[in-house]
Design a protein around this ligand. Structure first.
Ligand SMILES: *Cc1c(COP(=O)(O)O)cnc(C)c1O
Length: 387
C-alpha cells in the first residue's frame, strides 16, 4: 500500500537540469539567476518589484522592518496561520495581536477587523501593520482591507505564502491592494526553491530597503552611497541588515518551476473541483467558492460537519493515516501555542479559529496526484464518517 502525502514537490527533468547548470556556472550564491527569477516572478504577478530572500519567514521579518516596525509598534495577524505570520513582528520588538477568522473563508474576517479598528482608534492603539493570510491560497478581502488601511493609516503585509498563482478581482495575488505581499517557496508550497521566499511590491523605495535588509544593510551601488567611494572596492553599511539572500541554485530552480506554474495550478484546480463533486453530500464542509477570486489551491481543507456525524477529527485523522493517506492539520491557532499563552493569549480569545481548528483536516492535493489516489481519499473519508 503506497503512501499518499498531503503535499508533494513536483520536480521535472528541466528543473534538475536548471539546477545542475547553475551548479556548473560561476555563481553559487546570489548571482544572475536571482534577478532573472525576481523579474519573471514580478511579471507573472503583475508587480514592478519582486525581492527574493532565503525563506518567507525572512521575507516577513524584513518586510516588517522596512515598514518601520519596531519596539512600540503594533502588528495584527490571523490566528489561523503558520507561526511565522506572528513571529515576524516579535523579531522586531513589536507587540502582536490577532483578528479572528471568518468561518466560511477561514481568512481574517473583514468585519472583525473593522470592529477591532473602531475600538483601537478609541483607545489610541491602532495597528501599524496588518498581516492578512491567504489561507489555503484563497485571497483575503484585500480591496476592502485597503480601504480600511487608508482610513486608519496602517500598512498591509499580505502573507501570500499559500497563494502563488492565485487571483483576486481579475488580477494576480500580490498585484494591487497590499503594500507588500510575501510568498513562500518551501518544498510543500506551490512553487519550490527547496527553501525560499519573495516579497512583491509596487513601491520602489520599499523594494530598495528590502534589498539592503536582505544583505547586511550594505550597498556598493554608486547612486546609493552616502559618502564618496574610497575606491572601486568600496561598500557601505547603511542599515542593520541580515544575510537573507537566496542562492543562485535556488533561483534557477524557482525560474524553472515558475515556467510550469500555470500548468501545475490548472491541475490543482481540476483536482479541487473533482473533490467538490466526489464529496457531494458527505458530512464535510468543503472550501468556500467565491466568484471574485481564484484560489491557488495550496491546500484542500475540509471540516467535519459535527451536526451530521459524531466521528471526531482525531478518529478521521487516524483512520486516514492507517490507510497510508498523509492528512495534516492547518493550523493550531497561533494564540493557543504555549509561547503565545505566556504573552497573555488564551483559548477562547478567537473562537472561530479555534472551532475551525477543532474540526479541520487538510487532505492530499498536489499536481501529480492521480484520480485513483483521490478516489481512495474520498472513499476513506466517507466510510469513516458514516461509521
Ligand atoms: C510556509 C509559510 C510561512 C513560512 O514560510 P517559509 O518559507 O517556510 O519561511 C509563512 N506563512 C505561511 C502562511 C506559510 O504557510
Amino acid at each position: 500500500m503506497s503512501f499518499t502525502p498531503y503535499s508533494c514537490q513536483n520536480i521535472s527533468d528541466a528543473d534538475v537540469e536548471a539546477v545542475v547548470a547553475a551548479l556548473r556556472s560561476d555563481f553559487l550564491t546570489q548571482g544572475p539567476s536571482v534577478p532573472s527569477f525576481e523579474a519573471a516572478f514580478a511579471e507573472r504577478h503583475g508587480v514592478t518589484h519582486a525581492v527574493a530572500v532565503s525563506n518567507a519567514t525572512a521575507a516577513l521579518h524584513i518586510a516588517c522592518l522596512a515598514f518601520g516596525v519596531g519596539p512600540g509598534s503594533r502588528v495584527w495577524t490571523s490566528p489561523n496561520s503558520f507561526l511565522a505570520s506572528a513571529n515576524c513582528a516579535l523579531y522586531c520588538g513589536a507587540t502582536v495581536d490577532f483578528v479572528d477568522i471568518d468561518a466560511s473563508t477561514r481568512n481574517m474576517s473583514l468585519q472583525a477587523l473593522a470592529d477591532k479598528l473602531v475600538v483601537a482608534e478609541a483607545t489610541g492603539a491602532l495597528p501599524d501593520v496588518v498581516i492578512p493570510v491567504d489561507f489555503s491560497g484563497l485571497s483575503c478581502d484585500l480591496r476592502e482591507m485597503r480601504a480600511l488601511a487608508d482610513r486608519y493609516g496602517f500598512k498591509i503585509l499580505e502573507d501570500a505564502s499559500h497563494a502563488t498563482g492565485g487571483a483576486y478581482l481579475d488580477k494576480p495575488v500580490g498585484a494591487a491592494w497590499a503594500h507588500a505581499s510575501v510568498f513562500s517557496f518551501h518544498a510543500v508550497k506551490i512553487v519550490t526553491t527547496a527553501e525560499g521566499g519573495m516579497i512583491t511590491t509596487q513601491d520602489g523605495d520599499l523594494a530598495h530597503k528590502l534589498r539592503l535588509l536582505r544583505s547586511h544593510g550594505m550597498s556598493r551601488e554608486a547612486i546609493d552611497l552616502e559618502r564618496p567611494a574610497d575606491g572601486p572596492w568600496y561598500y557601505e553599511q547603511q542599515a542593520l541588515g541580515y544575510n537573507y539572500r537566496m542562492t543562485d541554485l535556488q533561483a534557477a530552480l524557482g525560474l524553472s518551476q515558475l515556467a510550469r506554474l500555470d500548468e501545475m495550478h490548472a491541475r490543482r484546480i481540476a483536482l479541487a473541483d473533482r473533490y467538490d463533486a466526489l464529496f457531494g453530500d458527505a458530512p464535510v464542509l468543503k472550501p468556500v467558492r467565491l466568484n471574485d477570486r481564484v484560489s491557488a489551491w495550496h491546500l484542500y481543507a475540509i471540516e467535519i460537519d459535527d451536526s451530521q456525524t459524531s466521528v471526531s477529527r482525531r478518529q478521521l485523522f487516524e483512520a486516514m493515516r492507517a490507510e497510508q493517506i498523509g492528512v495534516n492539520v492547518h493550523y493550531i491557532p497561533i494564540h493557543t501555542q504555549p509561547y503565545y499563552e505566556r504573552l497573555g493569549f488564551k483559548r477562547g480569545d478567537f473562537p472561530n479559529a479555534e472551532r475551525y481548528y477543532d474540526r479541520a483536516l487538510s487532505i492530499p492535493l498536489y499536481p501529480a496526484m492521480t484520480e485513483a489516489q483521490q478516489d481512495k481519499v474520498v472513499s476513506v473519508v466517507r466510510r469513516t464518517l458514516a461509521a
